[in-house]
Design a binder for this molecule. Structure first.
Ligand code: PGA
Length: 247
């Protein structure tokens, strides 16, 4: 499978950020892995235009479960696809925490995304209290069971393991902790989608940076990364793309 380096800009970026997009494309014109940026929705169309003909793909950070209708302020999956998105991040812990998104809502959004031709990047991960209580695998297993559409395939589903306590903190799990969760994810996915699970990209996310990327990407069942802060600058994200290309 081709690995995936995905950047999550969160609520960062303006038209001026297109300079970083151009710099990224210039630094990584033909990576061996897939390369994706998920900017705020206001920039999807502009980045899709800037990236046209390059290796860079553009994604969104969320969508509504319905294709259209009276939902002021929301964006549907077909709209995001129309703007040039190929992927959408769903169930990020910031959405689960700040907007109360439940597993059932995440699954409905993932089904809508897949129906619109988008790849759903479904995020799972434990809080620090849950890890300390020894609940990590139980929490993540329940999130997979509740959030992943059973019709998913390796072509329309990506899973991102993001420990909540590692996001934006500079802290990361040990390599053996990451490997344990990714092996568990692979097996749990197989319960739902069978043999397709072997080919689903499993991303690690949470404080990935150029200095720790290579050792994380060398782990079995780590098929890429979901990168927040270090995806905002081409000078940080390009070396992460390079490390994944070399893994
Ligand atoms: P971070 O964020 O790389 O800044 O820790 C990752 C994420 O939330 O996707």
């Amino acid at each position: 499978m081709r690995k995936l380096a995905a950047g999550n800009w969160k609520m960062n970026g303006t038209v001026a950020s297109l300079a970083e997009v151009q710099a990224l494309i210039a630094a990584q014109p033909a990576p061996a892995c897939e390369m994706l940026l998920c900017p705020p929705a206001t920039l999807i169309s502009a980045i899709a235009t800037a990236a046209h003909g390059s290796a860079l793909m553009v994604g969104a950070q969320g969508c509504h479960a319905k294709p259209s209708g009276a939902h002021t302020g929301d964006l549907s999956a077909p709209m995001l696809a129309d703007a040039g998105a190929s992927h959408v991040i769903l169930g990020h812990s910031e959405r689960r925490a700040d907007h109360g998104e439940t597993d059932a809502q995440v699954r409905a959004k993932a089904e809508a995304a897949q129906a619109a031709g988008l790849v759903a990047i479904v995020c799972v991960g434990e809080t620090e209290a849950q890890r300390d209580a020894g609940e990590t695998l139980a929490v993540i297993g329940a999130q997979i069971d509740g959030s992943v559409p059973t019709t998913s395939t390796a072509a329309n589903l990506v899973i991102a393991y993001e420990p909540v306590w590692a996001i934006g903190t500079g802290r990361t799990p040990t390599l053996s902790q990451i490997a344990e969760v990714h092996a568990f994810l692979r097996a749990r996915l197989a319960d739902h989608i069978g043999a397709q699970a072997a080919q689903v990209r499993l991303l690690y996310g949470g404080s990935v940076k150029p200095s720790n990327a290579a050792e994380i990407f060398a782990l079995p069942d780590v098929d890429g990364a979901l990168v927040g802060g270090a995806s905002l600058k081409a000078a940080d994200f390009a070396p992460i793309v390079a490390a994944l290309s070399a893994a």
